[in-house]
Ligand binder design. Structure first.
Ligand code: WQD
Length: 339
């Protein structure tokens, strides 16, 4: 059974391709390589023994998307990761984000209708909740005004998906990720940020590797036990496995409605200092950090209510924070050996 994974050479996409192949799915990756590397395809093959089909495609261009679906008419389902995802960059370049993220979605959905492909899994984000009024945050929590154009594209895309599913044969499952971190145990695939990392973990591992002088901790005056921001960090492999379960749910016609939503987190919140201390303990490395002022747009604290995903989707995060810290460091050290 063939699954199209858009953005499949990216961080979460590549880990999902591995899990799909290990469950026997045939995978086509469509990626424009604007924020990832073609070597990921070979590294996936090293892990699974199977080389995924790779198509270099800019999905924001309708004609390129049409050609992709013309060539692969036997696609059973689509897992859609392809999007620009840097929160800070989206504030400076909103049109790039609206054009890329929304046009890509529209082109993919249009082609799915054209080729009678019914199954769609969408990479969404807890960022649509903003700062929840109640924690842990559940799927029926009210969505808040997005704090960045990136976050707003996720909300707009979710609305587009709802409307298209209601008007067509397409069934959609929207997975709202919390904070994906870590790497595959092989250290052959992982998070590969371009330039200075925006996210905590790559910046932390690059500090440990001596590439960054120190980690800036954005604020310790939040209303949290140690004053630093709290997030629900989830191992990228646990997140990848949720996508396979979502596809299998569709194969088995278990969906309860045309569009379903699941929070994909661990249900546990850790502060920035918790993360730093865990990393230091697991990897026996001291991290040089400085407390600096808050980062604009950051929320204070969020963690998932995972009951619905655990009970209805039949998925639960299994990997521990130590697993996440260890695999993140293994990946960083492997990267440094290669570069
Ligand atoms: C985590 C915590 C920071 C960097 C965003 C998007 C989300 C998803 C993941 C794409 C916060 C603190 C960070 C640093 C720090 N994006 N921090 N120093 O902002 O929770 O989520 O990225 O898929 O949709 O919203 O992730 O890793 O940037 O920050 O102190 O150098 O670490 O303040 O508390 P975030 P993050």
């Amino acid at each position: 059974m063939k699954i199209l994974v858009t953005g499949g050479t990216g961080f979460i996409g590549s880990h999902t391709v591995v899990e799909l192949q290990e469950k026997g799915f045939e995978v086509v990756i469509a990626d424009d390589l604007s924020n990832s590397f073609i070597e990921v395809v070979d590294n996936i093959e090293k892990i699974t023994g199977v080389k995924p089909i790779f198509e270099k495609v800019d999905l924001s261009i309708a004609e390129e998307t049409r050609k992709l679906f013309e060539k692969h008419k036997d696609i059973f389902g689509v897992i859609h990761f392809a999007a620009s995802k840097a929160v800070g960059e989206s504030v400076n370049k909103p049109l790039l984000y609206y054009r890329n993220n929304i046009n890509s979605l529209i082109n993919v959905l249009e082609q799915m209708q054209e080729h009678d492909i019914k199954n769609f899994v969408f990479s969404s984000s807890c960022t649509v909740y903003g700062q929840p009024d109640k924690l842990p945050v559940s799927e029926n929590a009210p969505l808040k005004k997005a704090l960045s154009p990136y976050g707003n594209t996720k909300k707009i895309c979710e609305d587009i998906i709802d409307d298209v599913a209601a008007a067509s044969e397409i069934n959609a499952i929207k997975l709202r990720y919390f904070n994906p971190i870590g790497a595959h145990e092989s250290a052959l695939i992982g998070e590969y940020p371009q330039g200075i990392p925006n996210n905590l973990i790559p910046y932390l591992t690059q500090t440990a590797a001596g590439i960054r002088e120190f980690l800036s901790i954005y604020g310790n005056d939040y209303n949290t036990p140690d004053g630093t921001g709290i997030r629900d960090y989830i191992h990228v492999v646990d997140l990848a496995k949720a996508h396979v379960i979502a596809i299998e749910r569709m194969i088995n016609n278990k969906c309860l409605s045309k569009t379903e939503i699941f929070n994909i987190g661990t249900g546990v919140g850790y502060s920035v200092l918790d993360i730093v201390k865990s990393f230091e303990k697991v990897n026996e490395i001291k991290i040089n950090y400085k407390i600096v002022s808050r980062r604009a747009g950051d929320i204070e604290k969020v963690w998932a209510d995972t009951a619905y995903a655990n009970d209805e989707l039949g998925w639960k995060a299994e990997r521990t924070l130590d697993d996440m810290m260890r695999s993140a460091w293994n990946w960083e050290t492997k990267l440094r050996i290669e570069n």
